[in-house]
Ligand binder design. Structure first.
Ligand code: NAP
Length: 283
């Protein structure tokens, strides 16, 4: 019986069903996690259907912002970033949570043993993923965040939201094509988070001029994309510790699993599930 699912538009590429079912199976709970294609205009109707029929939902692009107006309550961390990727449904009452930020935080610990607290970040991108994770970082003691995004206004909006939260995190903007500003931003950060969609297609340009990267033993690079992007290839050439987005997906999913079940998921089983072909039982 499917009681949990991921929705998105598109969604058939999602690795969440295999990953989550691997964790459910390890806990002796069967394979209760499915998949459903939901278009933006169908979201309100789907949420009402989910209220009566499911216990947990993960949401991916493009639903994370719109669903905020459809839930009964948001956790503080979801309210802070105005993004919801997880629904917990209890007796028809819907709690919205955001696990992307903590997922990336835990991925940085797992991949690089890097804490967020006290560190300086450069985020390439200011879309939904950058918003959810950067705001979580600002609330978790990050020292500074520079946003490099094609559209300046989107970065400014995130910076304003962070400022309104009265954290100690210093935020600023750097135009990705401005070499001097980008060189300074790279030099003065501990970690680059690549959170644009550039790199999903093989012929995409990199998010900034990769010649600006220098051999630097103190820098680490995390690309939220699961592929071997040009950024990751260049980082390896320069011996800069780097990682693709797999562990972020595992860790945000693990946090959803904890919320739904109150149990600790088997992360290695989830990592094995991630490697299986994407997709799952359609509901
Ligand atoms: P989104 O809200 O659509 O944002 C897309 C971002 O990419 C924006 O910053 C956008 O810049 C930039 N961008 C897109 N096309 C561009 C181009 N041609 N030139 C320059 N910049 C461009 O998407 P999202 O949800 O934030 O997702 C962003 C990435 O994060 C995706 O690659 C996704 O795979 C990844 N992600 C990974 C995980 C994980 O668990 N590993 C989770 C969530 C997302 P503008 O603002 O200028 O449009």
């Amino acid at each position: 019986m499917i009681k949990y699912l991921v929705i998105g538009d598109p969604v058939s590429h999602s690795r969440s069903p295999k990953m989550q079912n691997a964790a459910f199976e390890k806990c002796g709970l069967g394979s209760p996690y499915g998949i459903r294609h939901v278009k933006p205009e169908e979201l309100p109707q789907f949420v009402e259907y989910a209220r009566k029929n499911f216990r947990g939902v993960n949401l991916t692009v493009p639903h994370k912002q719109m669903v905020c107006d459809l839930v009964d309550e948001m956790t503080p961390r979801a309210a802070n970033c105005k993004s919801v990727n997880t629904l917990l449904i209890t007796d028809g009452y819907i709690l919205g949570d955001s696990t992307d930020g903590v997922g990336l935080e835990q991925a940085l610990r797992y991949n690089f043993d890097l804490p967020v607290n006290g560190k300086r970040f450069l985020f390439a991108g200011a879309g939904g993923a950058a918003r959810a994770t950067a705001i979580h970082f600002a609330c978790s003691g990050a020292e500074s965040i520079v946003f490099a995004n094609r559209t300046e206004s989107k970065a400014v909006e995130i910076i304003r939201d962070i400022e309104a939260l009265n954290t100690t995190c210093r935020c600023s903007f750097a135009a990705p094509q401005e070499r001097e500003a980008m060189a300074a931003a790279i030099k003065n950060c501990d970690c680059i988070i690549q959170a644009t969609s550039l790199g999903l297609k093989d012929d995409d340009p990199p998010p900034f001029d990769l010649e600006l990267l220098k051999e630097n033993t103190d820098l680490v690079i995390f690309d939220t994309i699961y592929k071997n992007t040009k950024l990751l290839q260049r980082a390896r050439e320069l011996n800069i510790p780097c990682s693709g987005g797999k562990e972020m997906l595992i860790q945000q999913g693990a946090e959803s699993f904890r919320l739904w079940t109150g149990m600790e998921p088997d992360l290695d089983a989830m990592r094995e599930g991630f490697e299986l072909p994407p997709g799952g039982v359609e509901v």
